[in-house]
Unconditional design. Structure first.
Lengths: 358, 288
């Protein structure tokens, strides 16, 4: 009845709200009128369901509560960013006047204290937003902890720090259902995989950005991960993995399509760039097709956006120098209209296939 | 799969404590035993930031390691003598390949775009007040002698007077202001480098980055490309000053006149991992 997570529970609430509105319309139109006893029974049943969901998942019971929730999410996000910056600058302002033991003690204690606070807030049903805020600050404290230890003791910078940062970010993301920390964890893991791929070839790990192909493996792994592990318990996590994976795949392909010198491949530059441009069109079109087929809206949208970007960059290469500007932008606009017509046709096709079984 | 609250705290705490333990154990191991090298440096090699006591956002103090590359035999301008940029004379194509770089064939002209190998982190040899420094002083001295001879031969020439003045300033700065620390060699094996540079009070083996680049030599129109290497950076070039040692670094801003500038002496140790720390620091009397 209640669903397995907050997202399912919220969806159930929304369905009840829509059902009540439609029932009222049907009664007004004289199509369906429940007896007083029936209406009272349905209302009582739904009230008890809503009360249970509200108790268990802190869901928004009506549209007004939902609007306020969006505001709370924005406030907690901005608050977390500001609080993390405040912690960072607070430490920087005073650390020089502390002995080494005091510096290390504060740096180690800060993430532990914030972790305890996050755990305590997570246990309270009415404090989900505060728990998320505390989780973000915990992560910021841990990043500060490790990076400042490196500065205090003159430690050689290493990509090894990315792994524990990723581990804590993912731990907090899964516990607090916080997609922002999931992205932070994925960024750390992707950077580590890319840095290792470069370092195994002998290059310095911070030169990772000079060979965009280093990020492709991380992109494939991130995209496939939700297929290997069921993420239905965590609302939006699977979509986040897929979008992140596509970005790690398509951004390097976009860069290499115009910067062949950045490739590991020992082929002529024009061959490399042409190959990556073709690959970019194929991957983005494939992502759009897969997204439509599997009902992954975010995947389809990402694919369409990148397909348009690949198309526009090719137009730029071909026509920016030779066309007058008005004509160049007119061609872009006509392409957008053409794309709209294609998507509209696809949409009608999908709608027809949904209606057909009825 | 979802962690319960105590599970979150226990797992997170274990991770935080484990990572801190690993970092601190690494620091302890680096500093254990006899230091790999101990260099006695001054304000010429370890530069204090300007106005650090007025920085209201960062109360920490870190010294920046200043190093140079061996200078060419012929007289050069002061900027090239002072700067750590540009090609290292000892890093030619053969040396770069010995260091593990795969260098692609060079184009005959400058029109072809070339895929440059990326930087590698290697072990570098820092030499303090050694032959490379003596050579740089000799080059500055020769340059001064040549400029003064030219001035004596033609005292009315304003150009000769200006060149002599510049040469005097260059020699004065080379002998009193610029760093005596030179990057003189690189390798993949710190043990092999230590065997070749055994003086632990003159040579430190540290991590740093080397990057190949193409240099065009010869007169205009007849230029031929060749691979050279540049020392991109020393991996740990900012040295943290612990609180008890801070009083050694004076209060005047770093851009004060040479007579007023704080002078200090720092014993900088390098440990097993090639990471530095300050053993001792003391203020020195201002220049007479």
């Amino acid at each position: 009845m209640s669903g397995s997570n907050r997202w399912d529970a919220q969806q159930r609430c929304d369905e009840i709200r829509v059902f009540r509105a439609e029932l009222a319309r049907l009664a007004d139109a004289g199509v369906l009128e429940l007896s007083t006893a029936q209406e009272a029974a349905v209302r009582a049943h739904h009230d008890s369901v809503l009360a249970a969901l509200s108790q268990e998942f802190d869901v928004d019971r009506d549209a007004r509560a939902r609007q306020l929730s969006v505001g709370m999410r924005i406030a907690s996000f901005l608050g977390a960013l500001a609080l993390a910056a405040s912690v960072y600058f607070l430490f920087y302002q005073f650390w020089g006047w502390l002995g080494t033991v005091a510096q290390v003690s504060i740096l180690v204690a800060a993430p532990l204290v914030m972790l305890a606070l996050t755990a305590w807030l997570s246990a309270r049903r009415d404090a989900a937003y505060f728990a998320k805020l505390a989780a973000l600050v915990t992560f910021a404290c841990f990043v500060l902890n490790v990076s400042m230890l490196g500065r205090i003791f003159n430690v050689t910078p290493t990509d090894g720090a990315l792994l524990p940062w990723a581990a804590l970010a993912l731990l907090l993301a899964y516990r607090c259902e916080l997609r922002l920390l999931l992205v932070a964890g994925l960024v750390c893991i992707a950077a580590w995989i890319a840095a290792r791929a470069g370092a195994w070839g002998g290059t310095y790990w911070l030169s990772v950005g000079e060979r965009p192909e280093n990020f492709l493996l991380a992109g494939v792994l991130a995209f496939l991960f939700p297929l290997l592990l069921d993420h239905r318990k965590w609302a939006g996590f699977a979509a986040t993995y897929r979008v992140f994976g596509l970005l790690c795949l398509l951004l390097p392909v976009l860069v290499l399509g115009h910067w062949g010198e950045g490739s590991y491949l020992a082929w002529p530059r024009t061959v490399i760039e042409g190959g990556y441009q073709v690959l970019g069109f194929a991957l983005s079109a494939g992502a759009a097709w897969l997204g439509v087929r599997r009902g992954w809206t975010e995947t389809a949208n990402t694919g369409v956006v990148f397909f348009v970007v690949f198309l526009y960059t090719k137009f730029f290469d071909w026509w920016w120098e030779i066309f007058p500007k008005w004509l160049f932008f007119l061609v872009l606009a006509l392409t957008a209209v053409l794309l709209l017509l294609v998507l509209q046709r696809l949409r009608r096709g999908v709608a027809t296939s949904v209606e057909a079984p009825a | 799969m979802k962690l319960r609250v105590p599970g979150l705290f226990l797992a997170g705490s274990a991770l935080v404590l484990l990572v801190n333990a690993v970092v601190l154990a690494g620091v302890a191991w680096n500093r254990s035993g006899t230091p790999e090298a101990v260099l006695q440096l001054g304000e010429r090699e370890l530069e204090r930031p300007m106005y650090w006591q007025d920085d209201r956002e960062d109360s920490g103090l870190a010294l920046t390691l200043r190093w140079r590359l061996p200078v060419a035999d012929s007289p050069v301008d002061g900027y090239l003598m002072h700067a750590a940029y540009g090609p290292a004379g000892w890093l030619d194509a053969a040396r770069l390949e010995a260091l593990g770089f795969k260098l692609p064939p060079l184009p005959e002209d400058g029109t072809a775009r070339l895929r440059h190998p990326l930087a590698r982190e290697l072990w570098l040899v820092l030499e303090l007040d050694g032959p490379a420094y003596a050579h740089s002083l000799q080059v500055a001295r020769d340059s001064l002698a040549a400029a003064e001879s030219a001035l004596q031969a033609n005292p009315a020439d304003p150009g000769s007077e200006l060149r002599a003045e510049n040469a005097r300033e260059l020699f004065q700065r080379a002998s009193e202001e610029w760093s005596r620390l030179f990057v003189v060699d690189a390798g993949r094996d710190p043990g092999a480098l230590r065997a070749r540079y055994a003086d632990r009070e003159r040579h430190a083996i540290v991590r740093g980055r080397v990057r190949p680049f193409v240099q065009w030599n010869g007169p205009a129109g007849l230029q031929r490309p060749e691979w050279r290497g540049q020392v991109e950076a020393i991996s740990v070039a900012r040295i943290n000053v612990p609180l008890p040692l801070r009083q050694a670094f004076g209060t005047l801003p770093g851009d004060a006149s040479p007579e007023q500038r704080a002078r200090y002496e720092v014993m900088l140790a390098y440990g097993r991992r090639g990471e530095p720390w300050i053993l001792a620091a003391k203020p020195m009397a201002a220049a007479p």
